[in-house]
Write a protein that binds this ligand. Structure first.
Ligand code: SF4
Length: 78
């Protein structure tokens, strides 16, 4: 999906240097795969709760791909 499509579907954007992460809270099933996958990037008690630059883009991508609900998406920027 493009960024425009994600925003239209209700995703919120979390901007990083090499990767942007998108999150749709209405789709989240609270599996915890994201926070267990990388607690520096995904931390529920922090605002913003997603900080894409706290890990390498490939690592962020790999964790996003473990999201079972589709609530997390990403767009690589290079
Ligand atoms: S991995 Fe996806 S479904 Fe699970 S808690 Fe994170 S955002 Fe929600």
């Amino acid at each position: 999906m493009t960024e425009k499509e994600l925003i239209e579907k209700g995703y919120k954007k979390y901007t990083g240097k090499d990767i942007d992460v998108f999150y749709n809270k209405d789709m989240c099933c609270h599996s915890g795969n994201c926070t267990h996958g990388n607690g520096e990037v995904f931390k529920v008690c922090r605002r913003p709760w997603v900080l894409p630059d706290n890990a390498a883009a490939e690592e962020v991508k790999a964790v996003v791909e473990t999201c079972p609900s589709g609530a997390l998406q990403y767009i690589m920027k290079k």
